[in-house]
Design a protein around this ligand. Structure first.
Ligand code: ACO
Length: 484
């Protein structure tokens, strides 16, 4: 009698790639042998690869359930299998069926997207096919936002119209100022931003009409236009300074600087280097495919809530120190290190697991984050205007040591976008609490694009993962006076 083995044997019989699944696969071994013979020209025609059984190549995955010996053939598309194709794998008809377990979605594609491409091993980032290097050199944030949202670069007239609409949706309802006033003077501006974005939904009930393209367009103008205003007002509130209204004659980033820093001058003239530096930083942060906040945007948006509420959720996700809040934490870390000669001792603590080297590591990039490279260059341009931020020397020493150290090398930990941005923001005069806010403003275009793509994708439904329940089975209620 055959002994039933517990594991599933997955045999990628047709594509010779079973090795990457790390499972025993007899068919794979046989395919590999055939290929080797063919390559040596020993009488085999190197045509279509064949399976062990001599069948023509099929893009399928064969799974053998060793609990009962049953075999299943599952389609492969885009190097991916559908999790629902695992469901028929079961022992008894009444079983729920097989699921895949992937905490933190390390190897699960939750959607099909055409917005942003990342090759984490090669350090490549592209929006709609355009490289981040080229966009940051030649584009502007409003143009890049248009590209991300519409899929194509705008023509001259399209850009003019787009910029007009964004610029003419920068004002916020006066009542918003009243609840900003309700925040404590030292309230974190991210908390204020999250709350005020959520509050926008109460001003624009038409935003609930999410399947109406006109309504979506309107909310897009409003969100991209108003985020800098909300952010700047939150900043001014923390200083106890009067709010500065948007200036339609300025660029997107220039107007933001105006609302933040204008004091008594009749007209604010942003420094062109700082204005362009901020614009480039906005380009770099505009989208990053299925990160934590985009996933929040899609997940919350999948319940068909209005885009302001979904954006508030995405902003909240971004706030965390492992995501967009990391830029703030990098600055705090550099201040804690305090001097270049303290870096080795700090790195030692990181390696001992006591600390994280903030601004290092990334779920997707296992190479230098291409954005970090651009940010590093801009830092020096900003320092030329504002003076060198002395913390740069500590940052450079952290990077130098980390890039040589076995701990970081083996884990493939490189600087991410947040490692150097804080130094620029600080040099520009922003308090550290504003750093995540400076991330949220440009990421809004990416969030809306991800949200809209999700809404229009016929395959998407309300986001609702499964779980493996390992808690108690049915128990009887114990009256209070009987409990130990
Ligand atoms: N410092 C020290 N060790 C680290 C760091 C770090 N910054 N990042 C990862 N590691 C270690 C982990 O401890 C783990 O070690 P182990 O294998 O011995 O257990 C290994 O590297 C793999 O790390 P994971 O946590 O599994 O990687 P994951 O993909 O889950 O996390 C993350 C990615 C959250 C970005 C992580 O690298 C991190 O916490 N970095 C610091 C925070 C940060 O900079 N976040 C910004 C990310 S970019 C962005 O969101 C805009």
């Amino acid at each position: 009698m055959a002994v039933l083995r517990r594991p599933l044997a997955i045999c990628d019989v047709n594509r010779s790639r079973a090795a990457r699944f790390g499972v025993q696969c007899q068919a794979y071994v046989e395919v590999a042998t055939l290929s080797t013979t063919a390559e040596k020209g020993q009488g085999m025609t190197p045509t279509k690869p064949t399976s062990a059984a001599g069948e023509t190549r099929r893009d399928t995955l064969t799974i053998v359930d060793n609990r009962n010996g049953r075999q299943y053939e599952i389609p492969i598309k885009h190097d991916t299998i559908r999790a629902m194709d695992l469901r028929p794998i079961k022992i008894h008809e009444s079983d729920f069926g097989m699921m895949n377990y992937d905490p933190a979605f390390s190897n699960t594609a939750s959607c099909i997207s055409k917005i942003t491409f990342i090759d984490g091993d090669k350090g490549i980032l592209r929006y709609r096919g355009y490289s981040i290097e080229e966009l940051s050199e030649k584009s502007t944030y409003p143009e890049t936002a248009y590209l991300i949202l519409h899929g194509e670069l705008p023509t001259q007239s399209q850009l003019k119209e787009w910029t007009y609409h964004i610029t003419h949706h920068t004002f916020i309802h006066e009542s918003i100022k009243k609840f900003l006033d309700g925040f404590h003077y030292d309230a974190h501006p991210m908390g204020m931003l999250i709350s005020t974005v959520a509050a926008l939904s109460t001003f624009y009930p038409d935003a609930k009409d999410i399947f109406n393209p006109e309504s979506r367009r309107k909310q897009t103008y409003r969100l991209i236009g108003k985020m800098p205003t909300l952010a700047a007002f939150a900043y001014r509130h923390s200083l106890g300074m009067p709010y500065v209204y948007p200036d339609n004659d300025l660029s997107y980033s220039g107007n933001f600087l105006n609302m933040l820093f204008r004091t008594t001058e009749l007209q604010y003239h942003p420094n062109p280097t700082l204005e362009r530096a901020l614009d480039i930083l906005f380009i770099l942060h505009a989208d990053h495919e299925q990160n934590c906040s985009s996933t929040a945007m899609r997940g919350v948006g999948s319940s068909h809530v209005d885009p302001y509420s979904a954006t508030a959720a995405a902003t909240a996700a971004l706030y965390g120190p492992l995501h967009g809040g990391a830029n703030e934490q990098v600055l705090r870390m550099l201040l804690e290190i305090g001097a270049v000669n303290n870096v080795p001792a700090y790195i030692k603590r990181v390696k001992a697991g006591e600390k994280l080297l903030m601004g290092f590591g990334h779920r997707v990039y296992k190479n230098y984050d291409p954005r970090a490279r651009i940010v590093k260059r801009i830092a020096y341009e900003v320092f030329d205007v504002m003076g060198r931020n002395p913390l740069i020397d500590i940052a450079l020493e952290c990077e130098r040591i980390a890039l040589e150290d076995e701990y970081f090398v083996t884990r493939r930990l490189y600087p991410n976008v947040d490692f150097y941005t804080g130094l620029i923001y600080q040099a520009m005069g922003f308090p550290v609490t504003m750093f995540p806010v400076l991330f949220a403003i440009p990421r809004t275009s990416g969030w809306i694009a991800q949200w809209e793509e999700m809404l229009l994708d016929a395959e998407q439904k309300i986001s609702r993962p499964r779980q493996i329940y390992l808690g108690y089975d049915l128990r009887s209620y114990i009256p209070l006076d009987h409990r130990k």
